[in-house]
Write a protein that binds this ligand. Structure first.
Ligand code: FES
Length: 653
């Protein structure tokens, strides 16, 4: 800690922070525009200037490091004059006629800074030149007239997402934000994560989904987590009148630090499926609305005689988007109370081992952010688990090397430093060949190195990858100090676990920082811990219960349940499955119920209820508990104890 003075008050602050950060720790407001806590200091706009004793000129506080004994003034006539001047220039550069902007009234950092300086007008004639609008993007409209060229969007696209789509072209008054080499934004390499949109301090980047629907001050904010995949990003749900206006990334969330992907930020807002608002029961061949008690009584009456029967009993399947509480109630009801041996989840894949690296997993995403070599096997992080892909991509401009092992040459092709396409089914032998190469190079880091079982030559022959490529991979992977191995569906979906075992052995050989499984839905990990991961085979059963929640049913599932004499579907939306059901139980969607989820890192997180469900719609947990009560099963609130058996996890409130 060091001693500093701000505005005549002494403060003790940590070393290696900026003067701006010190003022924030001291609770002193210094206006900023180009600065953002998630970006590297930039020093572009000069709004944050302060006086520093002993320095001849005003200093940008966002780039000036503190030092012991520094004396700073944030509130002098000279400072205010400089701020006024910066704001005057900014307002006169383009069309900033605030009443026409959706951010006017509290959401615009530029307008707020002007009010903060008591500005009532700007004395310089504004530039009347019209700048273009870019309306080509499905989610984001660019109004260049409102742009202050702070480059927060440009820096976020590069520093946080690693996409480098945005930049600034030209000089002076002709400066313009451009995508790629000046193509329309919607036709550019943009991956639609929306980080630029969220970080824009003015109304230059406009959210097409929530524009003019309400200012921050009119909206409620609920901190929760995204259920789009198993990364478990922290989100800020922006609500008005029980309506989800938009989803922002939570800058303080430990998992994602604010960034989201299209699936997490934009797609949930444009949900078009038809909600089910009342229980339905098939009568005379048609689904008819009924009361909850009538629907549940029928289900209980049909299920009770099937208790303990296996081949002719009940098959039950749950979505891995359900909360931990609901998954436990589901398992407890069907496996423990009704004693069915066909109780599983959509994960239905035994080889998914949440303990792939055998260690507590709460650091593997952090390790991914720090890795100098990432080996991605059987995963495509451009399509799913994108935020984890951004963590890799943003480091590729530095020293991080990306190795992609996938039969499809198009997978992550633009990002990979090394990409090999083994013959399908030969991943394990290729990995063993790489281990052989690492041994030959003397890079085996185990205390007692084992002799390689597969040579590079044999691996080359069997995987159809050239010997030179395998040797190169051995050098890169074996030579790196902080390797993270990422396994996707291509590994976990295999019928045998030889590739998983080869990856674990490779990780041990090189002392990898982490082995991560990129797979599944928000609660796939918990489903695996509850052993809801066997293959779903309902054939021969007299009844099936599908706890889908708001998930999309697959075509395969649809085919597999055909011919079941009595089908119950617990779902939020109408689907081909609900159309086939004998009883449909309407349940809340993700934002309408709270509960716990464990991400692929093993981090237990809380999803919070943000919206009220429509009248007559129950939560997934309530439905399962009420049905259990109807069947005489005791309600046991032990989901957490069942979860923690033998597995240490980190927890985020
Ligand atoms: Fe410091 Fe822009 S906030 S220069």
């Amino acid at each position: 800690m060091i001693q500093i003075t701000i505005d005549d008050h002494p403060y003790e602050v940590p070393e290696k922070i900026t003067v701006l950060q010190a003022t924030r720790l001291a609770g002193i407001d210094v206006p900023t525009l180009c600065d953002h806590p998630s970006l590297k200091p930039y020093g572009g706009c000069r709004l944050c200037v302060v006086e520093v004793e002993g320095m001849r000129t005003l200093q940008a506080s966002c780039t000036l490091p503190v030092y012991n004994g520094i004396v700073v003034y944030t509130n002098t006539p000279k400072v205010h004059k400089a701020r006024d001047f910066v704001l005057t220039l900014l307002f006169s550069e383009r069309n900033h006629f605030c009443p026409f902007c959706q951010k006017s009234g509290g959401d615009c950092d530029l307008q707020n800074a002007a009010y903060g300086e008591d500005m009532t007008h700007w004395p310089i004639q504004p530039n009347w030149k019209p700048y273009p609008l870019d309306t080509s993007h499905p989610y984001i409209l660019i109004d260049h007239n409102r742009c202050i060229l702070c480059r927060r969007c440009v820096r976020a696209c590069g520093e946080l997402v690693g996409n480098f789509t945005l930049s600034i072209e030209n000089r002076g008054a002709n400066c313009l934000l451009v995508a790629d080499n000046g193509v329309p934004f919607g036709e550019s390499s943009c991956v639609r994560c929306g980080t630029c949109l969220q970080i824009c301090p003015t109304g230059a980047l406009i959210n097409r989904q929530s524009a003019y629907l309400g200012l921050e001050s009119n909206a409620e904010h609920v901190e929760s987590i995204c259920l789009g995949c198993s990364v478990g990003c922290g989100v800020d749900l922006v609500i008005r009148d029980n309506h989800l206006l938009r989803i922002d990334g939570n800058w303080n969330a430990p998992v994602n630090g604010g960034i989201l992907c299209e699936k997490g930020r934009f797609l949930p807002i444009q949900e078009k499926r038809q909600r089910i608002r009342t229980p339905l029961m098939r009568k005379n061949g048609k689904l008819q609305p009924v009361s909850w008690s009538e629907a549940l009584e029928l289900v209980a009456a049909r299920f009770a005689p099937l208790k303990g029967q296996n081949s002719g009993g009940i098959a039950a399947l749950a979505s891995t988007r359900l909360t931990a509480e609901a998954l436990f109630a589901f398992k407890d009801l069907f496996a423990n109370h009704l004693q069915s041996d066909m109780v599983t989840s959509v994960e239905e894949n035994k080889t998914f081992d949440p303990r792939l690296n055998g260690e507590p997993r709460a650091t593997s995403l952090e390790a991914l952010k720090q890795a100098d070599c990432v080996v991605v096997v059987g995963a495509n992080l451009e399509e799913s688990h994108q935020v984890a892909g951004f963590f890799i991509k943003r480091n590729l401009v530095g020293n991080t090397r990306l190795v992609v092992i996938n039969p499809d040459p198009k997978v992550m092709a633009n990002q990979a430093n090394f990409s090999v396409q083994p013959k399908p089914g030969s991943d394990a032998i290729l990995l063993q060949g790489i281990m052989g190469g690492i041994s030959q190079l003397g890079l085996d880091r185990r205390e007692n190195p084992e002799q390689p079982v597969v040579t590079i030559e044999r691996a080359g022959q069997e995987s159809e990858v050239s010997v030179e490529s395998i040797a190169a991979l051995s050098r890169v992977i074996g030579g790196a100090r902080k390797v993270v191995i990422v396994a996707g569906k291509g590994v976990t979906g295999q019928n045998d676990d030889s590739t998983s075992r080869a990856l674990t052995e490779l990780a041990a050989q090189i002392g990898a920082q982490a082995v991560m499984t990129m797979k599944g839905n928000a609660n796939s990990f918990i489903a695996a811990l509850y052993e809801l991961d066997q293959a779903f085979n309902p054939q021969g059963r007299m009844a099936a219960y599908l706890a889908l929640g708001d998930d999309y049913p697959s075509r395969r599932l649809e085919q597999r349940i055909s011919g079941i004499p009595f089908l119950v579907v617990q779902a939020s939306y109408v689907s081909a499955l609900t159309e086939k059901a004998d009883v449909v139980l309407p349940v809340s969607i993700w934002a309408e119920e709270g509960g716990h989820y464990m991400n692929l890192d093993g981090r237990l997180q809380t999803a919070r209820q943000a919206l009220e469900a429509p009248d007559g719609v129950w939560t997934n947990l309530t439905v399962l508990q009420t049905l259990a009560g109807q069947l005489g099963a005791p309600t046991r609130a032990t989901w957490k104890e069942a979860l923690y058996q033998g597995l240490p996890v980190a927890e985020t409130a």
